[in-house]
Design a protein around this ligand. Structure first.
Ligand code: NAD
Length: 260
């Protein structure tokens, strides 16, 4: 029970990586708020956790909407008595060469990843400071926080940006014992990745099997996907860490695709 009675907000937690982090946080004793675009999907994931003996609530939250983020965070803090952990995880992917990328698509992706990270961080930090118990802010970065790939300009730019934000949060948050770190996974089989396999195959003119073998997993040490479990265990480790010694860092979980 490494996170016993901790209060966590996880964005994008109705699917994929966020969902697994929510399940594992609940198993580790945390109360988890499942924040996602669809209130119904968030409530369904929360109900599943509650049925398994955990404590969860669904919160309808578009992370790019200031009022929804502030209201959702306040609702969680009022219900459970503060906020101890934020996992800013909500994200999308758009596959396109720069010369064909629509400005509105650039703005949509950057808004979800960076505006969303800022708004949820600000709301959570205010609650953490008010609570006086410290806190942990975790961003879902990517190997693309360190490396570039073609066809992913806004994603790579936004994921690099999260590293900068995490470093500022680490510096500003230290006096209130608020730590901030970034998890940088390699490719994980979630709906986000399943959607881009055929898109990349089309854009690159290769088969879907070649996208997996020669694009996604080419530089790993063993040709394996990272799993939602790998990422969730890292998220527990970072949230449970006991001092300011581990802050302002990025932890790369990628089967050696990226080594730093
Ligand atoms: P996913 O598509 O399974 O889940 C993303 C979730 O985010 C969905 O539930 C979606 O509804 C939610 N979401 C999207 N826009 C939102 C918004 N505006 N407000 C609130 N919620 C919103 O994807 P995933 O693979 O689990 O991705 C989660 C995070 O992990 C993303 O930030 C992604 O960039 C990152 N990531 C994924 C991989 C991978 O290979 N899957 C690798 C590295 C990093």
């Amino acid at each position: 029970m490494q996170l016993k009675d901790k209060i966590a907000i996880i964005t994008g937690a109705a699917s994929g990586i966020g969902r697994e982090i929510a399940i594992e946080y609940a198993r580790a004793g945390a109360k988890v708020a499942i924040a996602d675009l669809s209130g119904d999907a968030a409530a369904a994931t929360a109900a599943e956790i509650n049925a398994g003996g955990g404590t969860a609530m669904g919160v309808a939250m578009n992370v790019t909407d200031e009022a929804q983020v502030d209201a959702g965070t306040a609702r969680v803090a009022a219900a459970w008595g503060g906020v101890d952990i934020l996992v800013s995880n909500a994200g999308i992917q758009i596959i396109s060469p720069i010369v064909e990328l629509k400005f509105e698509d650039w703005k949509r992706l950057v808004a979800i990843h960076l505006d969303g990270a800022f708004l949820t961080t600000r709301a959570a930090m205010r609650e953490m400071i008010k609570g006086g118990r410290g806190g942990s802010v975790i961003y879902m970065g990517s190997v693309h926080s360190h490396e570039a790939s073609p066809l992913k300009a806004p994603y790579v730019a936004a994921k690099h940006g999260l590293i900068g934000l995490a470093k500022v949060v680490a510096k500003e948050g230290a006096k209130d014992r608020i730590r901030s770190n970034v998890i940088c996974p390699g490719f994980v089989r979630t709906p986000l990745v399943d959607k881009q396999i055929p898109e990349q195959a089309k854009a690159l003119g290769i088969s879907e099997a070649d996208v997996i073998r020669n694009v996604m997993l080419k530089d790993t040490v063993d040709g394996e996907f990272t799993t939602v479990q790998d990422v969730a265990q890292t998220a527990i480790f970072l949230a449970a860490f006991g001092s300011n010694a581990l802050t302002g860092q990025s932890v790369i979980v990628s089967h050696g695709w990226c080594m730093q």
